[in-house]
Design a binder for this molecule. Sequence first.
Ligand code: HEM
Ligand code: 2DC
Length: 466
Amino acid sequence: SPLPYDQLPGDGRNGWSSLYHFIRKDGFHNIHHLMEENFKRFGPIYREKLGTYDSVYIQRPEDAATLFQVEGIHPERLRIQPWYEYRDYRNKKYGVLLKSGEDWRCQRLTLNREVLSVAGVNRFLPLLDNVGQDFVRRVYTQVERSGRGKWTADLSQDFLDCTESFSHVLYGQRLGLLQDYINPESQEFIDSINLMFDTTSPMLYIPPRVFRLMNVSIWKNHVKSWDAIFNHADLCIQGIYSSLRQRPDNTYSGVLSSLLLQHQLPLEDIKASITELMAGGVDTTSMTLQWAMYELARVPSVQEKLRSEIKAARKDAGNDLNALLKRIPLVKAALKETLRLHPVAISLQRYTQRDTVIRNYMIPCGTLVQVGLYAMGRNPDIFPSPEKFFPERWMGGEPTHFRSLGFGFGPRQCLGRRIAEMEMHLFLVHILEHFRIETNRMIEVGTTFKLILFPSKPIHLTLRPL
Ligand code: HEM
Ligand code: 2DC
């Protein structure tokens, strides 16, 4: 018979003393390393209390499978309390990211049709392709300017600009793709998202009301950053709203117009979710693209294989984007491999909706269980030679069941998943068709936690026209 819950391995039964030790170890930036250590110490399942949260941590794919069987029809993640607190403070509605229960499910189903369904995303393909082409043009300009036949830089800002400008296309603005210089409002938006992530993590395990009452700079900056994010999104939404009323036409012009024309959701709900989508699509995809290029630069033989796959696909498919995307399995595997080593989310979390047995422990209904994604991706028992960037492991060689969880799982998985995947696939296609990616292989770049996982230092890449 299963062992009782309170016999789970793990120390720190007192959330506040654990939090103290956590802060001493600079846990806010190293949460992924501390989790890896804990798995090494306690084995594949352990329990930890941190501040207000009491969670069970798991790491094995088969245990993740068990967890997702008991997530229920309204799956819930760990609550990022400061995000709720801001909306309450400013009297704003929650979007899909923060909603729960039936309200979440209804809105989510409407949004799924727009951004996750096959029919929905196919409408974006040409828009996404344009952004990739624009980026290529931008790189050529930089190569020419440098006068050295190549361009070497920390590309993070360029990727951020790119993913941000792309969000305008996605949500309905027709003009102004990648100009040479990004406009100041967009820059402020990008900076605000960064500040928002940065100021979230210190408040993650401490009741934010405490911060609010003390009115310390962390909370002030958090409010400032969300204010800027909402203002920017509001301006975009207003612009599209009025242009839609002036000249309504039938050509598809983005998710937002489509939602506005359907009249299925109240305007305030649309605004809340669109703001989340706009903010959620910037750092996530740009960091992942950057990591993908870093890994491809470090293993030129893999890069070459991707390039020949793309060449062959292009020959077959020409400019039929759907056909092209069906012919690049290795590019897709490379992206999975990137997210294995460099997940955006350090963990997936669910509250169990029934009593469940995991690793022979009885886990009561309502327990917060976290799947350690970073730890899973680097565990040699789960991925042989985990340090190796080896996309082929996803193509039939090794087991893949519940191992590719970078976008989460089930009805509550990432809403932007299809958009993100297509955007990144097309991006890699365009880049690899035009440039060789190089980097100084002596420089190892680690990972820092700032709510999502970021490179610990700037990644310098060289793009050389083929
Ligand atoms: C949720 C990862 C890009 C919007 C999530 C979750 C993960 C994730 C792990 C939680 C899923 C779960 O709990 O099962 C990623 C990664 C991305 C990415 C790795 C790119 C590399 C995007 C983009 C958007 C977006 C481009 C918007 C266009 C969202 C939203 C949710 C979410 C709105 C919450 C969905 C809900 O609660 O119903 N993402 N994401 N993400 N993501 Fe993404
Ligand atoms: C952060 O312990 C660490 O996609 C916590 O686009 C547990 C946790 C809960 C939810 C996760 C979060 C972590 C990381 C960032 C995620 C978030 C769910 C959605 C969000 C993964 C792992 C993200 C980045 C969204 C953000 C949209 C926002 C900017 C409006």
